[in-house]
Design a protein around this ligand. Structure first.
Ligand SMILES: [Zn+2]
Length: 356
């Protein structure tokens, strides 16, 4: 649908949490050098990405109809060998033999689950709906406390084993990062301000929907937490975000306090975190939680949200998302894909957080 792909670099652990770790004496391995790594990786890939984007756009200009497949949806797990480089050693191609490395096994299996969810429940063929291959890098950096999507592949740190544990082992993390790729191709939501918070929100929506789907969980039984699986022994029981109760995910001396608002009146308006992309995502996250639990089916709610994602403009704000999710619900009700009443549930949930 979109011909120009806006490339974003999305990190799992928000910048304000990284800053708290740098300042915390209880997180000895997290120093400024490590926090800077993320920026270095981003800068290094930027040139490559611009070149690839220009090439892809040139190809699309030549063949505007029937866009060709961009891959075969195959998984490729690379081991960075604790260096700061990507695609160092290919350790598990699609169908390749299992290795003994738990991070490689889990990255491969988790990416397979995410790919299967998009194909089986949303009829989407990989990240770009054109069979893009799934490239996953594990063991990036040394004790690296983050994971990121940088425009064409996913990269995971091992965590320091104290604050955070291996990122690739968490389905929620892999799904969140891969979903950033889906959003990039489906609507190109700009990673700044409200459109950026929506970009983060959609990754949390698919992260939680896929986790519940894989576990066979009902919405009323799910924890609605994001990032709980990567918490190391020091922070076990905490999480990075709560979709049910934004602002309650963590409160401790190491990370500080969860800054997410649950209502539009309390939204963050400063410049940090790309204008609060990981902060204000709490507002639409709460909406999705309400819709999924009231409909009694997270998958149905995810279908509405996925339909809406394909119609949102790159600079969409919360009001646009509220209007589009309600319109998507109405279209799906009319098509018999979603039960009657869903449209009003969606509108009501947005109204409760002060949007629409
Ligand atoms: Zn993200």
């Amino acid at each position: 649908m979109t011909t120009t792909v806006a490339r974003t670099h999305c990190f799992y652990v928000p910048p304000y949490v990284e800053s708290a770790l740098v300042e915390s004496a209880e997180a000895p391995s997290m120093d400024q050098t490590q926090a800077d790594l993320t920026g270095a990786a981003r800068d290094r890939r930027a040139g490559v990405l611009d070149e690839a984007a220009a090439k892809a756009e040139a190809e699309e200009a030549v063949q505007p109809l029937a866009p060709p497949a961009t891959g075969t949806s195959r998984r490729e797990v690379y081991d960075s060998g604790n260096t700061n480089n990507q695609r160092v050693t290919l350790v598990r191609p699609e169908g390749g033999p299992e290795t003994k490395d738990a991070d490689v096994i889990n990255a491969y299996d988790n990416a397979g689950l995410v790919r299967g969810f998009f194909k089986d429940t949303l009829n989407r063929n990989s990240i770009d709906n054109r069979a893009l291959d799934l490239v996953l890098n594990v063991h990036f950096g040394t004790d690296y406390n983050n994971a990121f999507w940088d425009g064409d592949e996913m990269t995971f740190g091992d965590g320091d084993g104290v604050i955070f544990s291996g990122f690739a082992r968490s389905l929620d993390v892999v799904a969140h990062e891969l979903a950033h790729g889906v959003t990039q191709h489906a609507s190109g939501l700009v990673y700044q301000g409200e459109s950026g918070a929506l970009n983060e929100h959609f990754s949390d929506v698919f992260g939680t929907a896929i986790t519940q789907w894989a576990a066979g969980e009902r919405p009323e039984d799910a924890d609605w937490l994001i990032g709980d699986e990567i918490m190391g022994p020091e922070l076990y029981g905490e999480a990075l975000r709560s979709m049910r109760y934004p602002g309650t995910a963590y409160d401790n001396p190491i990370l500080g306090q969860d800054p997410q608002p649950a209502h539009y009146a309390d939204r963050y308006t400063g410049n940090a975190d790309n204008g609060g992309v990981h902060i204000n995502s709490g507002i639409p996250n709460r909406v999705f939680f309400r819709v999924a639990t009231e409909l009694g089916d997270t998958l149905v709610a995810a279908r509405i949200w996925y339909h809406a994602l394909n119609f949102l403009k790159p600079k969409a704000n919360f009001a646009h998302a509220a209007a589009q999710t309600a319109e998507s619900a109405r279209i799906l009700v009319k098509a018999g894909a979603v039960h009657k009443g869903a449209t009003q549930v969606v509108r009501g949930a947005w109204h409760e957080v002060g949007v629409g």
